[in-house]
Write a protein that binds this ligand. Structure first.
Ligand code: GSH
Length: 204
């Protein structure tokens, strides 16, 4: 199978981590895609042009990081990504939603910052910074939730990749005021799959 990625994509990192977590390295090869440029060859492979994009064992493609992670998780061995019991569904949906919201907002913010200076919107940058600050402070109060500290799951994977991505935003240091979240991230960042997928430092 071919997994299309960019080195710095936090969404692709989720899928790349799952490949390692499930020991699927011999069945999944990584391929760098060119995104956000006109006429990228990637558009002939993935109609949306996004990463991660996995060409599955049936030869068809699949996008969306969580869908790819779930597919990989089901390929071999016991499932790694824990699913909520019916009684946990609502509280887990809240955690999943806020991890997704944090990551999606950070992606918009980061994308704005890497645009040419004359195309950047200060309004968008401020809006996304404020959203990130609010969500990170919410996570500081919620990170002790048992779902975030038990067996591995979507929310942990997405939050961990989001927190790492936030640290790639130059000048944005979320940890000093959020010691509980920082301690959780410190533990998360010791996962070998996380260490192995560390993206290169962004261009200055
Ligand atoms: N919801 C998608 C988001 C994927 C996404 O936005 N990926 C970015 C890279 S971080 C991308 O491919 N951007 C290329 C583009 O916008 O054309 C997922 O979870 O996989």
């Amino acid at each position: 199978m071919k997994l299309y990625i960019t080195a710095g994509s936090p969404y692709a990192r989720m899928a790349r981590m799952l490949v390692i977590e499930k020991g699927l390295q011999s069945r999944v090869s990584e391929h760098l895609a060119q995104t956000r440029v006109p006429d990228s060859p990637h558009y002939t492979i993935s109609v949306s042009g996004r990463v991660p994009y996995l060409v599955c064992e049936d030869g068809e493609g699949l996008e969306e990081s969580i869908a790819i992670c779930d597919y990989l998780d089901g390929l071999v061995g016991a499932p790694l990504l824990t699913r909520p019991e019916p009684s946990q569904t609502l509280s887990v949906a809240r955690l999943d939603g806020r991890a997704a919201s944090l990551l999606d907002g950070l992606a918009v913010w980061f994308r704005e910052l890497v645009r040419p200076a004359n195309e950047r919107s200060p309004t968008v940058i401020q809006h996304e910074r404020d959203r990130a600050e609010r969500l990170l402070s919410w996570w500081e109060t919620q990170i002790g939730h048992p779902w975030m500290n038990g067996p591995f799951n979507h929310a942990q994977l997405r939050l961990g990749c989001a927190l790492a991505f936030a640290l790639k935003i130059r000048g944005f240091e979320w940890r000093p005021d959020r010691p509980a979240l920082a301690a959780w991230f410190e533990t998360f960042s010791r996962r070998p799959s996380f260490v192995a997928t560390e993206p290169p430092a962004p261009k200055k």
